[in-house]
Ligand binder design. Structure first.
Ligand SMILES: NC(=O)C1=CN([C@@H]2O[C@H](COP(=O)(O)OP(=O)(O)OC[C@H]3O[C@@H](n4cnc5c(N)ncnc54)[C@H](OP(=O)(O)O)[C@@H]3O)[C@@H](O)[C@H]2O)C=CC1
Ligand SMILES: O=C(OP(=O)(O)O)[C@H](O)COP(=O)(O)O
Length: 343
C-alpha cells in the first residue's frame, strides 16, 4: 500500500501532536516538520534524536539552527515538494500566508482553527461534514472547543432523532502550559455573545440554531463546556448517555469515580501514560446529564492541546479521498489512534 505523504508546518503545541498522530497512522507517512526558529519544541526534537526530519520555513534562521547544532533538511518548499498534503499548525494568520506557496505548488493543506474561515474551501469536522471535504484542496479544522462541541452535538443529532437548538457556556482555559504571552491573570474575562464557537457550529451544522457565552479562566488544563440541547423530539438522559457511550471520541466519566473536574481528567491522562498527558477524546460527565423540560443539558471537557488531532487526520482522508464516507474514515483514524471502542 502506498502511504500518503504528510508534512507538518509549525512545530508548536498542535504541530507536535499532529506529527505524532500522523506517525501512528498505518496508511500515512510523516515526511517531516517545518518550523520557523529553533524554539524549545525543536530543541526537544533534537534531544530526542531527530525522530522526524526538520525543515525551516525562514532561511533567515539558518545560522541559528547551525549554532544550535540542529540538522535541517531544507526549506518549507522542499518539504511541501515531497508531500501529498500539508498540515499547517502555525499561529493564526500565518497559515493564510503559507497558503500562497501551497496554492502555487498545487498541494492540499489543512489549516487549524486560528485561521479565518475563508482560508479554506471547507470549514471541516470529521464527523459532522466529512463528505463536504472530499477532494477539496484546502480544509480548515474547527477550533478545539468547536471540535469537541460538535462531536457531542452531532452524536445526539445522529443518534437521538435530530437536534434543533443548543445553548452553550464555555469555561475556557486562558493559555497553554508554558505560555507567558497572555500574562498571569487571576481573574475571569467574558467575551461578547454569541461566542465564535456557537457561530462556527451553525456554519458546519446549519440546521442547528446555536448561541452561547464564553468566560476565560486562568487555568491551563482544558476547557469545560455546558451544552443545553433541544431535540426534534425529547431526548431522555438514558438515550443521550447511550449515544455518548458508544461514540469512539467521547469518554464518559463519573464524578463518583473521582473525575471531579479538569484537573482529574489531565491527571488521568498522565496516569494512562499518554504522551504529554494528552487526551484525544472529549470527556463527558455522566452525572452532568440532566433533562430540563424538553431539553437535555450536559457538560464536556475539552483537552485543547490534542482534541483536534483526530478530526485533522479525518481531514487528510477527506481531502485525499482515502475513504468515501465519514463512517469509514473516522473508523480508520480511531483504530490507528487506539480510540475504537469496538476493539
Ligand atoms: N493551542 C491550542 O490549544 C490549540 C490551537 N489551535 C490552533 O492551532 C494553530 C497553532 O496553534 P498552537 O500550536 O497553539 O501555536 P504555537 O504558538 O504553540 O505554535 C506555532 C508554531 O508555529 C511556528 N511558526 C511560526 N511562524 C511560522 C512559519 N511562518 N512557518 C512555520 N512555522 C512557523 C512557531 O515557531 P517559532 O516559535 O519559531 O515562531 C511555533 O513552533 C492556531 O491556528 C491555533 O488557533 C487549535 C486547537 C487548539
Ligand atoms: O481553538 C482553541 O480554542 P477556541 O475553541 O476557544 O477558539 C484553542 O484552545 C486555541 O486557543 P488559543 O487561541 O487560546 O491558543
Amino acid at each position: 500500500m502506498n502511504k500518503v505523504k504528510v508534512g507538518v508546518v509549525g512545530y508548536g503545541t498542535i504541530g507536535q501532536r499532529l506529527a505524532d498522530g500522523v506517525v501512528r497512522m498505518g496508511d500515512m507517512e510523516l515526511v517531516g516538520v517545518a518550523n520557523r526558529t529553533p524554539n524549545l519544541g525543536v530543541r526537544a526534537l533534537k534531544e530526542k534524536g531527530m525522530p522526524y526530519d526538520l525543515y525551516m520555513s525562514d532561511p533567515k534562521y539558518a545560522d541559528a539552527y547551525a549554532e544550535a547544532g540542529i540538522p535541517v533538511c531544507g526549506t518549507m518548499e522542499d518539504l511541501a515538494e515531497k508531500c501529498d498534503i500539508l498540515l499547517d499548525a502555525t499561529p493564526a494568520g500565518v497559515g493564510a500566508e503559507n497558503k500562497k506557496l501551497f496554492e502555487r505548488m498545487g498541494k492540499p493543506c489543512i489549516f487549524q482553527g486560528g485561521e479565518k474561515n475563508d482560508v479554506a474551501d471547507v470549514f471541516f469536522h470529521g464527523y459532522a461534514n466529512y463528505e463536504k471535504g472530499l477532494d477539496k484542496q484546502f480544509l480548515k479544522l474547527t477550533s478545539c472547543n468547536t471540535t469537541g462541541l460538535i462531536r457531542a452535538v452531532d452524536c445526539l443529532d445522529r443518534n437521538c432523532g435530530g437536534i434543533e437548538r443548543v445553548a452553550i457556556t464555555i469555561i475556557r482555559r486562558v493559555a497553554d502550559p508554558g505560555d507567558y504571552h497572555r500574562g498571569l491573570t487571576n481573574a475571569l474575562k467574558i467575551d461578547k455573545a454569541p461566542s465564535h464557537q456557537a457561530v462556527d457550529l451553525m456554519t458546519i451544522m446549519p440546521h442547528v440554531e446555536a448561541t452561547g457565552i464564553l468566560v476565560h479562566t486562568p487555568v491551563t488544563h482544558g476547557h469545560i463546556i455546558t451544552i443545553t440541547a433541544q431535540g426534534k423530539q425529547k431526548i431522555t438522559k438514558e438515550q443521550a448517555l447511550e449515544a455518548f457511550k458508544t461514540h469512539d471520541r467521547i469518554r464518559v466519566v463519573r464524578i463518583a469515580d473521582g473525575f471531579l473536574g479538569n484537573a482529574s481528567m489531565f491527571k488521568y491522562a498522565r496516569d494512562l501514560g499518554n504522551p504529554r498527558g494528552d487526551m484525544y477524546e472529549i470527556g463527558l460527565w455522566e452525572e452532568s446529564i440532566v433533562e430540563y423540560g424538553d431539553q437535555i443539558m450536559f457538560a464536556i471537557y475539552i483537552p485543547q492541546e490534542a482534541v483536534t488531532i483526530p478530526e485533522t487526520l479525518d481531514g487528510v482522508r477527506a481531502a485525499l479521498h482515502m475513504q468515501d464516507t465519514m463512517e469509514e474514515a473516522t473508523a480508520k483514524t480511531n483504530e490507528y489512534l487506539g480510540m475504537a471502542k469496538w476493539k
